[in-house]
Structure formats: C-alpha cells, structure tokens
Design a binder for this molecule. Structure first.
Ligand code: DAH
Length: 368
C-alpha cells in the first residue's frame, strides 16, 4: 500500500479493489472446489450463501464499486501505459468473475439437487394404509329396513326436519289443545315452525306430492324435549310407513308388519297387535314381536316377557285423508312408525342409547 498522503496510482487502486474482493470472497472459496457436499451445508444455508454471494458480486463489480472506478482511470494513464493498464484491469475483472461464477454454479446445482431430493418419494418405504371408514350402526339398520320395504314395492321418502304446525300436528288430526303441541314437548324454532317430533309428517307430504295410491316409507330424524338418559335422547330416528289404496284393510297392515319383522329377525318371528290410540289412525294398534334372543321364553332383552314392543300403527284416519284431498269413501290405508335407535339398542344389546350419538370411534367401529 502506498503512503496515505499520496494519491495511490492506478495500478495500486486495481490491486486494492482486487484484494478487497479476495478478502470478502474467502468464505466462498470452499464452494469453488466442487466438493460442496463435504461442507455439511443444509438447503436453507446454501440458499443463504447464494444470496450473500450475489451481494458480494454487486459490491465488487457493480457500478458503484471501487473496481468500476478503476476502469475510469484507463483514460487518465499515460498513453504508453494505457494498453498494459487496460489488460491488468481486464485480467483482474475476469479473475473475479470466474471465481464468483464458479462458486455460484456450485451453490446453484447443490440447491437444485437438495430440492429434488426433498420432494422425491422413497418408493421403498412401506405405504401408509388409509383407515377405512364405515357406516354408522343406525345407517346400517336403516338400509336393511329400506331394502326390505323396497322389495315389498315401497318407495323411500325423504322428509324435512323443520315443519310447520300444519304438517306437525293439524294435518295429522292432532287437536289444538294436545300436549305434544306445547313447547314443553316440542322444540320450536320460530313461530309456527318446529323440529318434527315424528316422521308421520312425511305421510302428508307424500300424499300431497304423489297422490294416491301410495306406498312409501320415510326414515329420518325426529326431535323431542326429553332429558337424555340410557333409553332417551332428544334426537332419534324413526321409520314411517304408509300404504293407501282402494280396499286396504287392517289385514294388510298386519301382514306387512309381520312380513317385515320375519325378514328382519328370522322366519319364526311372531307379531302381535295391541289396541292403542293415535290421533291420526283409527283404529290404532301398537305392535310387538317375539323376542329374537329367547324366541319368546323370556330373557333379559325382553325383560322376561317374551315380547319386544316396537311401534305404533293403525288405519289412516279419514280426517287425514280428507286434509290431503283423498276421499275416505274410496280409499283407505294403513300407517305405522317405529324407532330405529331403539331397535339398534335391542339388536346390539346396548345398555345406553346415547352411545349411538357420542361418535366415539372405539364404539362405532365395532359395527360392520
Ligand atoms: N308417530 C308415532 C310416534 O312417534 C308412531 C306412529 C303411530 C306412527 C301410529 C304411525 C302410526 O304412522 O300409524 O309415536
């Protein structure tokens, strides 16, 4: 270096710029020998080095760099030294450039390879087996019930879960003062709308839409203001059945329910009807079937009675037919309704019906 008092000569300035570069480039020298893998660099570190290297390039070769300043000196050196000086500048520049390029290209290909490796799949790894889902026990049972009724010529109807007073009650011949209309029994959403408390509502929709004759079942969710306990849940599932045609009698009702239960629980299943009352049927009956476990001799499931109570039924009330514009003189029909969850609880021997709705896979995955 020259004395600080004295302005350094052009050659000295070129050497100073070159030296300053060499000093900064020192940390990148290891990338020019092409065995970058031995540096133990991670992908992220390599990217960072690449960025730092680009900065060094601008700092030492950019327009405002000391080296760029030396180029402007070419015109100022005496004519006889100009060619030699120009060559010096050029050779220093090409040295700097080639070192930068070498490091840059090594880093670049290292980064590319690392990225490809990271994204590639090791085909020798054992596959991850997807966990199979399966249907909910209520769905399984609903599908069995549907299959039986479809084979008997019934259509499947889909109802709505929010209904007006008309479909919930009035059209089903339920009087104005009936307790089921009260907010203690039924969940009202807004005025005049309530979560349906039975699938019987679908009888009305089905007759309005399809007219008669009609044969349909309607499985679905219903809601009642019950406190949850082992045998109650405020939301549960029912299946409604309706058959209306000319000349339908109680014998058809009994034959249909008996056949359904035989297909469900085996050919020996016996069905019995007990007189009952429902506003939308007259006469009305509840039906029981002989216990599928003990075949009627008495066990824990049937509480030693030999019978299992299943649902309600009856001949469609003339008022219901009239409401949907069907002449009760010409047409008659039967209807029935039963609880799917109750049936599931019996069949799977569940001591708490709420298990069906807690969505605990350890419970649910037992039913295939
Ligand atoms: N809807 C009744 C209930 O939820 C069940 C029922 C009884 C349905 C008699 C019917 C019927 O279609 O005819 O308790």
């Amino acid at each position: 270096m020259t004395d600080s008092q004295q302005e350094p000569g052009p050659q000295e300035q070129v050497q100073a710029a070159s030296k300053a570069f060499e000093q900064e480039f020192e940390r990148f020298v290891r990338f020019t020998d092409e065995v970058i893998e031995l540096t133990g660099l991670t992908l992220e570190q390599a990217v960072e080095e690449q960025r730092a290297l680009a900065e060094v390039r601008t700092r030492h070769l950019g327009k405002k760099s000391d080296f760029a300043a030396t180029k402007k000196l070419i015109g100022k050196v005496p004519a006889d030294q100009r060619a030699a000086f120009g060559q010096l500048v050029q050779s220093v520049e090409s040295q700097i450039v080639s070192q930068l390029d070498a490091a840059e290209s090594t880093l670049k290909s290292f980064i590319e390879i690392q990225r490809i490796n990271r994204e590639s799949i090791d085909v020798t790894l054992p596959g991850r087996r997807p966990r199979y889902g399966h249907r909910h026990p209520i769905t399984l049972l609903r599908e069995r019930i549907e299959d039986i009724f479809v084979s008997l010529g019934y259509a499947i109807e889909d109802g709505r879960e929010i209904e007006t007073d008309f479909y919930n009650f009035t059209a089903l011949n339920i009087p104005d003062n009936h307790p089921a209309r009260g907010s203690a029994d039924t969940f009202y959403t807004t005025d005049n709308f309530a979560l349906r408390s039975q699938t019987s509502t679908v009888q009305i929709h089905a007759m309005q839409r399809r007219g008669v004759p009609v044969r349909m079942i309607a499985p679905g969710r219903v809601f009642r203001r019950d406190t949850p306990d082992p045998t109650h849940n405020p939301m549960f599932y029912q299946v409604e059945g309706l058959c209306v045609d000319r000349g339908i009698t109680m014998a058809h009702l009994k034959g249909t329910v008996a056949e359904f239960l035989r297909r469900m629980f085996g050919p020996d299943t016996v069905t019995r009807f007990r007189p009952s009352y429902f506003p939308f049927t007259e006469p009305s009956a509840e039906f029981d079937f002989s216990c599928f476990k003990c075949k009627g001799s008495g066990c824990r499931i049937c509480k030693n009675s030999g019978w299992i109570e299943l649902g309600g039924s009856g001949m469609v009330h003339p008022n219901v037919l009239r409401t949907v514009g069907v002449d009760p003189q010409e047409y008659s029909g039967f209807a029935f309704g039963l609880g799917i969850d109750r049936m599931a609880a019996l069949m799977y021997n569940l001591d708490d019906i709420r298990l069906l709705f807690e969505n605990d896979v350890r419970f649910l995955e037992q039913f295939e």
